[in-house]
Ligand binder design. Sequence first.
Ligand SMILES: [Zn+2]
Length: 431
Amino acid sequence: MIRPPNLPPPYDRLPALIAQGAPLEAANVLRGALFANILRYAKTSSPFYAGRIPDTLLQPTATQALWRTVRTLTKEDLRAHDELIKIAKPPPFAGETRSAWTSGSTGTPFNCDVSALADYMNALVLERCYDWWNIDGAKDIMHLAVDRQGYQVSPDVQTQQGWRLGDARGKYHRLTVSTGLDAQLDHMRALRPAYLKTAAVHLGALALRARERNLEIAFDAVFAGAAPLMADERRLVEQIFGCRVVDIYGTEEIGIIAADCPRCGAYHPAVDVMQFEVLRDDGAPAQAGEMGRVVVTPYLNFAMPLIRYETGDVVEVGEGGHCPHGAIRLNRIVGRSKNLFTQSDGQKFLPYVALGEVASLGPVARFRFVQTSLTTIEFRYKLSGPGAIDLNRLAKVSRKYLGPAFTVTAAPMPSSDDDAGRKHLVFESLL
Ligand SMILES: [Zn+2]
């Protein structure tokens, strides 16, 4: 269990802000101090930022307009300059440094450093989300997790006591996602956890398989993460498992970026631990109803300051409201920009294929559609049992959802799709 670190001001006030909130003005003063600190720290500690962050931005007179002149940091920048950005000796209160994996737009995994302080505050943000949804730490949870070492290392359920912060009552069952859907469903029937946590695309596949096998499995709530949850996946999971679905949007290197709110139905960004921006293609902030790229500046990662970091995700900004859980609202997480496919005329579009149609292609355990050129798409699959992919049906389904311009071929999912840092994307573009 994570222990609260010994924090200097103003960081010592942050746990209370996350847990209990504060009047807007007090909250903004604290957030402003955290923001100013990480900017100054990045500029003075990392050679990469020395020129990128102008001196005038560190003055109290700095404006939003000046802030927007700071170039955003892409994953490709990060991969090319990671050694310049990483800081060998962060201040002691930031705690240990861990290495996290992420992938760039080409899918190549690369690693980022994360301070224990950031992980700790992220755990508090997760606790707050559990509170919003009345999640009970006395009940058990099953976590289907991606296994970085490969699942042969520990193919069985590993159980430990306690999974909420400071609460050791419930059991935490961890199982690698690579064990196969049937084994996972069997473990659920045996252990009957109240909660389930796994990647969004995996949830949809699990629900389909449970229905196929006519299994009665129910949860109080399931938590979806990693990739954005599609509306039909959410409905399917709600129906089949008779539960609420909580979508938590985050990444390995940042932690939780926004969480699903049961009060207003929108996503609230984690503005206590990061500066959060949504930018249109022209670089201006997106307004309500507009889509834009997510750009974040986490306040607490002293091991690798990320200033105006583009996560690669696209969201739609909602109307501001009076929800007690947050003033900023996002209508939906549209997906990683690398999920967008490209038509032959260069236009991007959000690909979609109904899950029921994918299930009709054969005994599909996992799948992804990968755009490999302007005219070709590969359907990569893993089968859950004996059988084969119906290629004629694949051609029909693809035409129906992706249009007539693509040639779609089928191929078994290569093991490299499970590599460290690879997300379980349903749609990926290699362009
Ligand atoms: Zn809300």
